[in-house]
Design a protein around this ligand. Structure first.
Ligand code: GLP
Length: 259
C-alpha cells in the first residue's frame, strides 16, 4: 500500500488523473472502475480537461460503476448511472461503454450475478477509483461485509444515509437499499486508487491503513491487495502513526514511476 499525503484535493485529483491518463495511453481500451460521491469528482474534472486539451483519447475506454441505489427511477439525478453519465459527458466514450448494477431489476440477485459476469467478460477492472465512507465502507460495503463478498444487495447504515442526505432534497429520500460490488469483487481490480480528504475521514483512513484487517472496517481489505494507492490530504492523514515514513517515501520516489 502506497500512502501519498498532499496539501489539497486538487493535487490528489491531479495525481489520480495522471494515473488514469497514463493507463489509457498505454492501453486505450482500459477498463475503469468508477466511483461516485464527492471524492473522485476532481478526477473526472481532470479527465475532461485533459480530453479537451487533446492529451488523451478515451473513446475505447470501458467503465463499471461500484454501486447503485435500488429503486431510483431512470433520470433521477442521484441515480449513480446518471451521476456518472453527467461526469463523463463529452469525453467521447461510447454510449454503452459504462455499465452499472441494475437497481431497477425485478430480480436483484440475478442482476448482481449478471453484473459480475459482465465485469469478468470485460477482462476485469484495470484501475478502480475509490472513496471511503466515514464508517470505513468502500462501494456500499458497510461494516460487517464479508471480505470475500461479491456484488449483492446491501442495506445502508443510518450513518451512510445521513452522510449522503446532502445530495437529496430530504434525508428520507435516501434509499435504504443498494447494490454494490463486493469486497471480493473490488479486490480483483488490478490497481486500486483511494482518495480521501477532510478530518471527517481521518479515523476511517487510520483504521484502513494501519488497523486490523477486519469486516468491521471494510476498507481495511485493501491491505490484502498488491497495488493500492491511498491519496490523502493533511486532514484525512492526521490519524496515521507512520505519517513521517509515508512522506519520506513519497518525497524520494522518482516522478517517472507514477502511482
Ligand atoms: C458513497 C459511495 C461511496 C463513496 C462514499 C464517500 O457512500 N457509495 O462509493 O466512497 O459515498 O463519499 P464522499 O466521497 O462524498 O465522501
Amino acid at each position: 500500500m502506497e500512502v501519498v499525503v498532499l496539501t489539497d484535493a486538487e493535487q490528489l485529483a491531479e495525481l489520480a488523473t495522471d494515473a488514469v491518463v497514463a493507463l489509457v495511453r498505454a492501453q486505450p481500451s482500459a477498463v475503469l472502475g468508477l466511483a461516485t460521491g464527492s471524492s473522485p469528482l476532481g478526477v473526472y474534472a481532470g479527465l475532461r480537461l485533459r480530453h479537451a486539451a487533446g492529451e488523451v483519447d478515451l473513446s475505447r475506454v470501458r467503465g463499471f460503476l461500484l454501486d447503485e441505489y435500488v429503486g431510483l427511477p431512470p433520470g433521477h439525478p442521484e441515480r449513480y448511472r446518471e451521476v456518472i453519465r453527467r461526469e463523463l459527458d463529452g469525453l467521447g466514450l461510447a454510449d454503452d461503454a459504462v455499465q452499472g448494477p441494475d437497481g431497477l431489476s425485478h430480480d436483484l440477485p440475478g442482476a448482481c450475478a449478471a453484473y459480475e459476469r459482465a465485469i469478468a467478460a470485460s477482462g476485469g477492472v484495470d484501475l478502480q477509483l475509490l472513496g471511503i465512507g466515514t464508517d470505513g465502507h468502500i462501494g456500499f460495503n458497510e461494516p460487517g461485509s464479508s471480505l470475500a463478498s461479491r456484488t449483492r444487495v446491501k442495506t445502508l447504515t443510518a450513518q451512510t444515509r445521513a452522510d449522503n442526505a446532502r445530495f437529496f432534497a430530504a434525508p428520507d429520500e435516501v434509499p435504504h437499499h443498494v447494490l454494490t460490488q463486493g469486497l471480493g469483487t473490488i479486490r480483483e481490480a488490478r490497481h486500486l486508487v483511494l482518495l480521501a480528504t477532510g478530518a471527517g475521514k481521518a479515523e476511517a483512513v487510520a483504521r484502513t491503513v494501519e488497523g486490523a484487517v477486519s469486516a468491521s472496517c471494510p476498507a481495511s481489505v485493501l491491505q490484502l491487495h498488491p497495488h493500492v494507492s491511498v491519496l490523502l490530504d493533511e486532514a484525512a492523514a492526521a490519524g496515521l502513526q507512520h505519517l513521517a515514513y509515508y512522506r519520506e517515501t513519497w518525497a524520494g520516489k522518482p516522478a517517472w514511476q507514477g502511482l
